[in-house]
Design a protein around this ligand. Sequence first.
Ligand code: NAG
Ligand code: NAG
Ligand code: NAG
Ligand code: NAG
Ligand code: NAG
Length: 494
Amino acid sequence: MAGHQQLPQPKRFRRLLCVSLVMVHVSILLFWSYSETHSSPSVSSDQHHSSSAPPPAQGPLGCQPLVPRQAEPSFVAVNGTKTLLISAYTEHRTGRKEVRIIAVVLRREAVKYHCLLQCQGQLQQVRGSSSVHADHFDFEYGTADIMCPLPAACQTASRVAVLSAAAKSEDSMTFLEVKNQRKSDSFAHNFTVCFSVMFEFTNVLQLVQSLEMLRLLGVSRVVVYVSSCSRQTWALLNHYTQTGLVEVIPWSWSRYLNVSRGFIPSQHPGDIHYFGQIPALNDCVYRYMYQSRYVALQDVDELILPQTVDSWSELLPILEKKYGADKGYMFENNVFPITIHKLPPASTAPPLLSPTWHNVTGVNILAHLYQEPIIKETYNWNFKVIVNPRAVFTPTVHGLLKSQKGCAWVDRTIARMYHTRPAKQPNLKAKQLIYDDRLLSFSKRLIPAVNTTLRQSGLIPQQNTDRHAVGPVVEKSIKLWTRVHNWLHIAGTN
Ligand SMILES: *[C@@H]1O[C@H](CO)[C@@H](O)[C@H](O)[C@H]1NC(C)=O
Ligand SMILES: *[C@@H]1O[C@H](CO)[C@@H](O)[C@H](O)[C@H]1NC(C)=O
Ligand SMILES: *[C@@H]1O[C@H](CO)[C@@H](O)[C@H](O)[C@H]1NC(C)=O
Ligand SMILES: *[C@@H]1O[C@H](CO)[C@@H](O)[C@H](O)[C@H]1NC(C)=O
Ligand SMILES: *[C@@H]1O[C@H](CO)[C@@H](O)[C@H](O)[C@H]1NC(C)=O
């Protein structure tokens, strides 16, 4: 018995040594697993681009430069003016071929523009004409088109630079690539959604739910104009960029202008309306004009849901038949307030409880199935549109300023918009809200899709075990201790 209690000295020493070595290993592994799970989730997905160092954090929200480095520089200033050039596109639809430059201008400044067009190896200069869009909301700056007609000798212009007649100096001109060189009627995408603009964005769960819902509806590209966002948002956008659903357009104005956070200058001072949303919408329509059959102009917290069919692919033929083709189809805005927590009515048996996604911040749209009633005063406010971009000249926040066929109001029994957000009618009592579970008919497909994406982008642990709630670090340590324990046991009995 005593022999069993007291090991001989060398054996005891060896065992001690083993134990301490094991302890060191365990500490290292614990530290490693801790730092792995607590570092930015994007680091692991970034490993594919081993050449690029992790970008530095920016500001408290730390939205990193998400986009591939080859992305074009943001905006180009026109020397001697306050004009900023955003992007340039060939305009095929007007009588004479032109280059359309989407720009932001100081509205009170009168500028005579000259366009320098790169035409098959030679530069041609033409007069540019500018027109400011009406939806400037009385901010000092507004969106404008600068049109540069192609001279007869110039079939296509590959690049364009703009100068003002007053400060004419061709020394250091910055050229923009002219996109949409060719018209096309075969499209890489049936449906593209434009999210304009993402700023200080932290609502990760609603973002992933929206993107997965859009995918179920038939969308294959979502363009996100990003000013700033959280690290988790970044990880998610990074994941979706790599898988091809999302294209991120950097939309950072701080070097150029002070953007307003609203649409009333006296309430939210700034140089330009709402984070530069209008030029973003315009850019998106032209960017996808020949890449996508349809484009939807909406926000992250909005979902256009058909009522009689299950996808946009089935919905659009219905709308075209009923309202005519090439219209802007306007969808009624229905607000589902996130401030009200109310269980589904008892009559819906069995109660459909939605899962809760721990450790992912943001709104769970499946938990907000009560809408505010539509009231006369606002019934046609804040609608959003799906359009054929080739029939559109000038989009705006709600609808179109200029298009070939105008817009058509879609009957709410065919399709309408579900807008999950803070209450618009905050004085309503819970019993005045109306239950609408249309979203639940997608939940069987939506929930696993959201889980998969959250796991793949590193926002929830890889394995969905019973223990995942205690966190991956604890779980790893438990596994490790079990291994160590077994090993010690084996070492001890040998
Ligand atoms: C702007 O124009 C002035 C002359 O009008 C010129 O001296 C200056 O170098 C130009 N700046 C840039 C950035 O092109
Ligand atoms: C677009 O829709 C057509 C017809 O519904 C379908 O055949 C095609 O595969 C879709 N294209 C894409 C990129 O989803
Ligand atoms: C923004 O506003 C601040 C304060 O009015 C000013 O100092 C700054 O120069 C402005 N920035 C730009 C880019 O106009
Ligand atoms: C997940 O959230 C819980 C509760 O909010 C927290 O205790 C836990 O540390 C979080 N786990 C991770 C891995 O962040
Ligand atoms: C998805 O994840 C949630 C929360 O992590 C869980 O409750 C739910 O059962 C999962 N669903 C599927 C289909 O994996």
